[in-house]
Design a protein around this ligand. Structure first.
Ligand code: F6P
Length: 542
């Protein structure tokens, strides 16, 4: 690997440090007052998203410096490496090609001497045929009944994307079908998911890239027992279980006919997999046509990211603004606040995408970083969050940049609801930026002793993303936007966003402890004294 110049040694980083010293005290009130066109100037419109970043603590100089940093970090070349199938996941020796999942049929993307695009489209076609059969009632269960319930069993990327997309696109879903998602190894998750379902009408999709994940294998085994208890015939498995995986041998060993397996490839990371066969439940819910529109939306964002200058490149700007707030202003988290009820699982989905990708403490060449990496992502749909944690965002001691996501059109034109919703999202961004001064409060006649309590400092940064309507294409664009923003940040922080070694230790230790909990005789416990005591207590009480 060529020597990498440490981030903080780059002249472009140092220029940003100097620039920060100059402008960090500026207030958004002054920035807006100084330039009446600021609210239009610091915006980009592309791939169906109006991206307003004027309420960030930036000047044109900041944007130039951030884009210089992106250039100096080789972001342009790294984007090309990703899109063209270079093995940029260095610790696992893999290409990173979630963008190939939405590539047009005539594209050519070569990995290990082979064009992967025809494989992608072959799987899409197989998914389409299957989805059509289930949606039309032609896929029958073992007793001849049509399938009415689809239960996706998976965890992490094999759950969060599918459940988020199902919820987001519920408006487009076939309402006669019931969708459930089981992820947690806590038996309550499975038990509650199937409590009112008839096994004869239920199809399980076992979604696991590796087909070794403990939680998913436990849930899949329980599902098989649940189905067989009612259907009483091993032959029923073929009608009631399909698999989505890269691991055909394991799928076969589990007892699922590999003819009913939908494949994907090691160049699709778990958290980047919702557009692959992992999206089978999504396709069954919304139909192949809408699934295709979702892919097309993501593709539009891919093309924008690959081609637009960084100054006008929404994912690049989003990533760079995150770095500005995180590494210079010290903001440790980002609140993702969709003003769209259907996006209620979007923050949870983003948590894995962002934090499993860039939650790293060493660079790709193994040096400990001397700067912050991934922010903590969290959030709730508006307006619920306003009556919960917004107090802290407005008047607390932490700086929390916000991503507001809103849509001009609603699927439900109910009286004033949508105007009220939109009034709230615009108001929140305005209040965060401009606050309320002592003078304004005094003019309203607020008593002196209440002034400190009622003052809003303002100067709290936010982005507002305004889209037309939450369609499948819009969801595709949004997801691809965040994927590429994560990539932008990972490349600048010099970390590897596509591995996740940090989840391994807990997995290994759980594998060691489980037999200790289940053994008849108390085994010799060799953990620390706290873990030993907890294990003993649990064994005594279970
Ligand atoms: O949590 C670690 C992880 O490997 C995630 O990256 C992945 O999405 C999840 O587990 C599930 O993995 P699999 O799809 O192989 O079951």
């Amino acid at each position: 690997m060529a020597d990498i110049i440490p981030l903080k040694s780059l002249p472009e980083w140092k220029a940003l440090e100097g620039h920060y010293e100059k402008i960090s005290k500026l207030h958004l009130r002054d920035l807006f007052a100084a330039d009446p066109r600021r609210g239009e100037k610091f915006t980009v419109e592309a791939a169906g998203i109006y991206f307003d970043y004027s309420k960030h603590r930036v000047t044109s100089g900041t944007v130039n410096h951030l884009c210089d940093l992106a250039e100096a970090s080789g972001l342009r070349e790294k984007i090309e490496d990703m899109f063209t199938g270079e093995k940029i996941n260095l610790t696992e020796g893999r290409a990173v090609l979630h963008t190939a999942l939405r590539a047009p049929r005539n594209a050519t993307i070569v990995v290990d001497g082979e064009n992967v695009v025809p494989h992608v489209h072959a799987v899409l076609e197989k998914m389409q045929q299957f989805a059509d059969k289930v949606r039309s009632g032609h896929w029958r269960g073992h007793t001849g009944k049509a399938i009415k319930n689809i239960v996706n069993i998976g965890i992490g990327g094999s759950d969060l994307g599918p459940v988020m997309a199902y919820e987001a696109l519920r408006h487009y879903s076939q309402r006669g079908l019931v969708f459930r998602f089981v992820s947690n190894v806590d038996g309550a998750d499975f038990a509650e998911a199937v409590i009112d379902l008839d096994p004869a009408e239920t199809l399980f999709i076992v979604a696991s890239k590796t087909f070794t994940t403990q939680e998913t294998m436990a849930n899949a085994g329980t599902a098989r027992d649940w189905a067989l208890e009612a259907l009483k015939d091993e032959a029923a498995i073929a009608k009631h279980f399909v698999a989505v995986s890269t691991n055909a041998a394991r799928v076969a060993a589990f007892g699922i006919d590999t003819a009913n397996m939908f494949g994907f490839w090691d160049w699709v990371g778990g958290r980047y997999s919702m557009f692959s066969a992992i999206g089978l439940s999504t396709m069954i819910a919304i139909g192949p046509k809408h699934f295709g529109e979702m892919l097309a939306g993501a593709r539009e964002m891919d093309e924008h990211y690959r081609n637009a200058a960084f100054e006008e490149n929404i994912p690049a700007l989003m990533g760079l603004l995150g770095i500005w707030n995180n590494n210079f202003f010290g903001a440790q988290s980002i609140a993702v606040l969709p003003y769209e009820q259907y996006l209620k699982r979007f923050p949870a989905y983003l948590q894995q995408l962002t934090m499993e990708s860039n939650g790293k403490r060493v660079t790709i060449d193994g040096r400990a970083v001397d700067y912050q990496t991934s922010q903590v992502y969290w959030g709730e749909p508006g307006t619920n969050g306003q009556h919960s944690f917004y107090q802290l965002i407005h008047q607390g001691t932490k700086l929390i940049p916000c991503d507001f996501i809103a849509f001009s059109k609603t699927h439900h034109k109910l009286g004033r609801h949508h105007d009220l919703l939109m009034a709230n999202v615009f108001a929140q961004a305005e209040a965060l930026a401009f606050g309320k001064t002592v003078e304004e409060l005094k003019a309203e006649g607020v008593k002196d002793w209440l002034l400190p309590h009622k003052t809003f400092e303002g100067n709290r940064p936010s982005t507002t993303m305004l889209l037309d309507e939450l369609t499948p294409a819009a969801l595709g664009r949004l997801v691809a936007l965040y994927e590429h923003s994560v990539f932008t940040q990972g490349m600048i922080w010099q970390v590897g966003p596509f591995d996740q070694w940090g989840v391994e230790l807990g997995k290994a230790l759980a594998g060691r402890i489980a037999p200790e909990l289940e053994a008849g005789e108390e085994p010799e416990l060799k953990h620390d004294s706290s873990t030993n005591a907890l294990i003993r207590r649990y064994r005594a009480a279970r």
